[in-house]
Each structure stands twice: as C-alpha cells, then as structure tokens.
Ligand binder design. Structure first.
Ligand code: TYD
Ligand code: MG
Length: 455
C-alpha cells in the first residue's frame, strides 16, 4: 500500500511543505498552511503501459471540429454580454464575489430564466437549506420556474443525481462547501476545492452541460483558497459592489469564449437584480454644482461608454509621510500622476494627504482616465471647481505629453448625450456637439485651471 504522509498546503497559492509554518515560503502569506494527507505519486508510475488493450487516447484532426454549439442565453443580457454571448455548452464558469454581493441571487435569476426558456436546469446549494432558496425564488417572482433544486454537499451524490437528471445547466453554490469522499481534507481546503472543481468540470465536458460554480472571495479579493480553480474553468467572472450602494458590476477576468473587457451593470432591488442597460449616468455622483476636486471621466468599458465622476481631496498633512488613499483606481498610477504634476507643472503635493475616489463603486483600469484624475487633483489643490459641463479623458506620459485615447468619438457622443458641453481631450480629438479643449501637454491643463506654471 502506498505510504500516506501528512503535508502542509498553502491555502492561498497551493505551495506544499513537509512542516507547518506560520508563513508560506511560496507566496509569503501568513497563517495559510493547512494540514492535508497526501498519497505520494511514485515517479514513473504512469510511464508503464496500463496493460489493458485499446485504452490509449485516440487522436483527431484539426479539421474534425464541427460548428461550435449554440450558446444558451440566460435572458439576462448584462450577464450574457459578460459571458461573451451566453453560456457555452460543456463549459465551466466560476462566479466570484464577496459574501452578500448577490451571487446566489444572480444565479437563481439566471437559472429561472434558463429553465423558463426550456433548458433543463439544476441548482445545487451547499450553503443554504432548500427552504431558503425557495423563499428567495418567491421574492424574485421565480417560484414557478421549472428549476430542479437540491441542498447537498456530498459530490458523489450530486454527480449521481446530475447523471440521472441530464441537465443542460448546473449551478453549484458554492465550490467551497462541496466535498469529495475520496479526498482526505476538510471542505474549503485547496485539495478539496481543487478535487471537486476538477470533477465538476469533467462532468461538464463529458455531459455537455454548462456549469456555473460560485466561489467566495477572501478579504484580499481572491477566490478563497484556490487560484487553482481559475485555471480549471473556462471563464472567471467577478461580481463586485460597494457596501451601501445598490450598484453591482459583473466583470470577466478570464474567458476562453469571449472578450474580458465587457462589464454588466445591475441594481439590487426589492425583487432581486435589475439590469442597467444604460449605465453611463449611474456613476456621475450627486448632480448639481460640481465641487472642487471633482472631474468627470468619459470612459469606455468594453463596447459601452461610461461616464464616471472622479473625486480628489488634497488635505494638509499633519505630520510624517503624507497619506495616499485610492478607491477604484490603481495607487501606483496615482503616484505617477502626482510625480508628473510635480515635475512638469511644479504642482507639489508633498505636504498634502491625497485621497482619490471613483464614484459609485466602479473600478477603472483604463489609462485614458489619467487626464481626468489629473484634472481632479489640480482642481482639488487649487480649490477651483472645473467647468460644470466638462468631461476629460486622455493618457498621460511621463514626459507630461497627453496621448490620444481610443474610441474618442464614442466618448464625446456619450458626453453630448448626457448634456456635457466641453471636453478636455488629447489634441486631435474632434466632436461636433461637444467643444474640445485640446490638451497637448499636462501644463496646458494646469494653465487653463489657473494653477502652476507650464514647463
Ligand atoms: P445573495 O445573493 O445571498 O449574496 P451572495 O450569494 O453573494 O452571498 O444576496 C445577498 C444580499 O442581497 C442580501 O443582503 C439581501 C439582498 N437582496 C436584495 O436586496 N433583494 C433581493 O431580492 C434579494 C434576493 C436579495
Ligand atoms: Mg450565496
């Protein structure tokens, strides 16, 4: 019999160690090593033939592929868009997000829609009792949808049930609660989660079902335990939202079948998640007079324009190193903009605490936000509000030059649609309904706002 050994596996990165340690040698995380039992793989054990005839794999030609199977629409177009046009049969999607953000709600709504459009849908929950899910279905007005519901965590029983049911779509909520009986580790550990995800993905590929796995996110924003699961599945989508705000944003971080830059926007209401097909006005903050330090960024998320307010505050620093705090944007990028403003325009933030926040809980990653951030910062420092009807976009180079942004026309059109009259934009941008104030160098913007000296 193979010798079994106790090993310690980092629940964050999967690194294995023979002894317990407070800090993982692999990723440096603290308190993540958990005890598991391993049956060591004997090197070379797989290199001898299996002995049975005809058991090797069969190879096919590249030309052998038929047309890809039709996608299943969830009839929730914000979700379909993020998936790249609906669910792909024989695929697995991981849906991550903070507890309480609305993952179960979204997937129950999708399950109900799919079932109502004729797909065979199974919803397996390991988190809640059947009655709780039924109660949620009642709230969502989805009680009559022919979804097959089971509350179970034993993967063997679940797979047996699924093989009998032959569903087109399976929801598993959540992967951290599932356990496979052949695996000697507690539910939620890397080993269990990986084994369960692997089995479920295999089931999807074999049976042709589309599987949606819910994964919890840890405090530091990763799907708990298993980054490993991200590699096993075909698509990973995150559901994000700010506590206290009704907006929820769905974003793909990996998708083998579609783009990863589209977002889906929802609003959590009394009767579940409502789609927001036209999100650009959501993130404009409180309407009315714009305060100093606020700028509107004309952004693009995937194929859609999104206008979002960026707020900056430059408060006198009490003592020591000034604080830099950012919500919804990259802090390294903020440091770069501050350095460019200091070096190229003589605008020093050295004695100031700087706070930067993107309104509405949106997270921006477009470099074209640079100019809007710079405008907010300059306006905050000078305590001078920007023109109320203006937007800004453009990427900033270290030299202080403002680089052209993609999709200029789309940005300007959306700004015009929402009543904006002018745009601080890279030189060369042209709009017919919005007056473009060309900013070739960052100093030009500072001069327009009456701050600093153009270098
Ligand atoms: P849930 O889907 O349970 O979140 P998750 O599965 O990601 O943990 O949703 C949690 C929150 O959503 C909960 O605080 C209640 C709220 N909610 C509504 O506001 N309206 C609704 O119709 C539903 C079903 C939930
Ligand atoms: Mg849930």
């Amino acid at each position: 019999m193979a010798k079994t050994d106790t090993i310690f596996v980092c629940q964050s990165c999967g690194a294995i160690s023979a002894k317990w340690a407070g800090k993982c040698e692999g990723c440096g995380a603290w308190n993540t090593m958990a005890e598991e039992t391993a049956r060591p793989v004997v090197p070379g054990a797989l290199s001898t033939p299996s002995g049975r005839k005809g058991k090797g794999i069969a190879f096919a030609d590249l030309s052998g592929f038929s047309d890809p199977p039709a996608r299943l629409s969830t009839r929730i177009s914000e979700l379909d868009r993020v998936l790249g046009g609906g669910l792909v049969p024989a695929s697995a999607v991981l849906v991550g997000g903070d507890p309480g953000v609305g993952k179960s709600t979204l997937l129950l709504q999708a399950a109900a829609e799919l079932a109502q459009s004729g797909a065979a849908v199974a919803y397996v929950t390991g988190e809640e009792a059947e009655a709780q899910v039924q109660d949620r279905a009642r709230r969502l007005g989805a009680r009559d949808a022919p979804v097959k519901l089971a509350a179970e965590t034993d993967l063997r029983k679940i797979l047996d049930g699924l093989r009998a049911l032959k569903p087109d779509v399976v929801v598993v909520d959540s992967i951290q609660t599932m356990w496979a009986d052949g695996v000697d580790a507690a539910p939620g550990t890397v080993t269990q989660v990986r084994a369960c995800a692997h089995e479920l993905v295999r089931f999807a590929k074999k049976s042709g079902a589309a599987i949606l796995l819910v994964g919890h996110v840890t405090k530091d924003g990763q799907i708990a335990g298993p980054r490993v699961v991200e590699h096993l599945v075909d698509a990973v989508i995150y559901f994000e939202g700010e506590r206290g705000l009704p907006f929820r944003i769905l974003r793909a971080v990996k998708n083998r079948f579609g783009p990863t830059d589209e977002i889906g926007v929802f609003e959590m209401g009394e009767r579940g998640l409502l789609e927001t097909p036209n999100p650009s006005a959501l993130f404009l903050g409180v309407s009315g007079r714009r305060a100093s330090g606020a700028a509107v960024f004309a952004g693009v998320e995937g194929s859609r324009p999104v206008l979002v307010e960026i707020q900056a505050l430059a408060a006198p620093a009490a003592y020591g190193t000034p604080r830099r705090a950012v919500v919804g944007w990259d802090s390294a990028r903020l440091a770069m903009i501050l350095a460019v403003l200091d070096t190229r325009c003589g605008l020093g933030f050295g004695g100031r605490d700087v706070y930067l926040s993107v309104a509405g809980g949106l997270r921006i990653s477009e470099p074209a936000a640079d100019l809007a951030v710079a405008a907010a910062l300059i306006s905050a420092l000078a305590d001078a509000p920007l023109p109320e009807d203006s937007v800004a976009f453009g990427e900033l180079a270290l030299s202080g030059d403002v680089r052209p942004a993609s999709r200029t026309e789309l940005r300007l059109k959306e700004a015009a649609k929402l009543g904006f009259k002018s745009a601080f934009a890279p030189a060369g941008a042209e709009g017919d309904k919005v007056a473009v104030r060309a900013i070739a160098r960052i100093g030009d913007l500072a001069a327009v706002l009456g701050a600093g000296a153009a270098h």
